[in-house]
Write a protein that binds this ligand. Structure first.
Ligand code: PMP
Length: 454
């Protein structure tokens, strides 16, 4: 079934097989794998990826949304080169001006952020946000929504299973391990909530209110399923009533929905926010921001009685630990600052979103003309192609989509020069031209014709 794909990707296969001898599964992150073998890329520029077989692709993966300016944007490359020329690899292990400049920029853009700490990834950012919440209010459980991704560590890898039966009732999902090697401790200390279902969410939160330190959520699940406005408003209200902190994980939505993320669009301030992806301009990064009174409990300032009195479980002679050799890397932040600077230019974000909407509309029209039930689901410059007419409000609804047909189309698209990992969402960049977009629409038509045998 992968005959055409294999024909075009022979060198990829050979390199992948070599990788498998020394790297389990041949990939450095599970997400990079798809059958029969992933494509090995050689270079990238603007909206394009080029593989080791000499094939060219319009890139809609964009490193899972991180590359919002496309690949190798001149301003970003220049900013990084400047850092390298002046300071070498420029990691001092000391404070650096880029940290303050970036922190100020983030505070200016995000309404819920008054102070910031930097990390090296989105994973570290959500992990630290959770520790901060627990230190702040002294409660020891967290609540997260079913199917929301916050990184690959034990406390949050607890709601998706290949067998949906194991996930329990849609209104009260079970806490289920997504990986081997996770201690039962985390299962017992993580509560799962149903996304976009406020009544059930309230009920569960009320039941566990004394123990839940924070609710962590993706305001737009997986970057493409938006929370309803009313849901977000009610969630803010109920978390305040129950003394539960609210963490927006804006690793995907930050600097993407708008520069100020989901909190800007929804007009709601979370207590804490995690950031990543776009913030690093193509380099590894994360950040945690939030209310001053919470951020201030972090060491070295936040010792002893600065901790809130309610933090009864904690030893108040301890500080709140947060560290990392590469935190606040000056070169990474230079790339991020250059990226944000480009995004702030007149009309850049607007035209990115207009282009995305144009692509979505054209694709919807195309599938309709072939009588294929299809909708694009998304917000801002990320969307997914979902082959069903049923309304998509959460992770479980995705089960009603025709993923077999979608996959067939995706493999045909890879072969026709449109890169998205099979079944993955589409992320757009400012480097995507109208020609790229029209090429993509044509490729979809060819793919549909091929798969439907027309
Ligand atoms: N949170 C969200 C919402 C994400 O999308 C991701 C990455 N896809 C993460 C956290 C983890 O970030 P990272 O991969 O940089 O560790």
């Amino acid at each position: 079934e992968f005959k055409l794909y294999e024909k075009k990707t022979g060198n990829s296969r050979k390199m992948y097989e070599k990788a498998c001898e020394v790297i389990p599964g041949g990939v450095s992150a599970n997400i990079k794998y798809f059958e029969p073998h992933p494509i090995v890329m050689k270079k990238a520029g603007k909206s394009k990826l080029y593989d080791v077989d000499g094939n060219e692709y319009v890139d809609y993966l964009l490193c899972y949304g991180a590359m919002i300016l496309g690949h190798g944007h001149t301003s970003v490359v220049e900013a990084v080169n400047k850092q390298l020329q002046v300071n070498g690899t420029a990691i001092f292990g000391t404070p650096h001006i880029n940290e303050t400049t970036m922190a100020k920029k983030i505070i200016e853009l995000f309404s819920g952020i008054e102070m910031v700490r930097f990390t090296n990834s989105g994973t570290e950012a959500t992990l630290f946000a959770i520790r901060m919440a627990m230190a702040y209010n002294g409660k020891s459980k967290i609540a997260k929504f079913e199917g929301h991704y916050h990184g690959g560590y034990d406390q949050v890898l607890l709601s998706v299973h290949p067998d949906i039966q194991k996930a329990g009732d849609a209104k009260e999902p079970k806490t289920i391990k997504e990986s081997r090697g996770i201690s039962d401790y985390y299962v017992n200390n993580t509560v799962i909530l149903p996304f976009n279902d406020i009544e059930s969410t309230k009920k569960i939160l009320k039941k566990h209110a004394d123990d839940i330190s924070a609710v962590i959520m993706e305001p737009v699940q997986s970057g493409f399923i938006p929370a309803d406005l009313e849901f977000m408003q009610e969630l803010r209200k109920v978390t305040e009533e129950l003394d539960i902190l609210l963490i927006y994980d804006e690793v995907k939505t930050g600097f993407r929905l708008t520069l100020g993320g989901a909190q800007d669009i929804y007009g709601i301030k979370p207590d804490l926010t995690s950031l990543g992806k776009v913030l690093g301009g193509g380099f590894p990064v994360g950040a945690v921001g939030g209310k001053k009174e919470i951020l201030e409990i972090v060491s070295p300032t936040g010792y002893g009685d600065i901790l809130t009195p309610s933090a009864s479980n904690d030893d108040k002679s301890l500080g709140l630990f947060h560290s990392g050799t590469y935190n606040g890397h000056p070169t990474v932040l230079a790339a991020g600052l250059a990226t944000i600077n480009e995004l702030e230019k007149d009309n850049v974000m607007n035209s990115l979103i207009e282009n995305t909407n144009y692509l979505r509309e054209k694709l919807e029209g195309l599938y309709k003309s072939y009588n294929i039930p299809m909708q694009t689901v998304g917000m801002g410059s990320i969307f997914n192609i979902v082959l069903t007419d049923k309304k998509i409000k959460n992770y479980r609804d995705m089960n009603s989509a025709d993923s077999k047909l979608r996959k067939e189309i995706d493999y045909a698209l890879l072969e026709l020069g449109v890169y998205s990992k099979p079944l993955n969402r589409y992320s757009m960049s400012t480097a995507h031209t109208i020609d790229d977009i029209n090429f993509t629409i044509n490729a979809h038509e060819k793919a549909i014709k091929r798969v439907m045998g027309r």
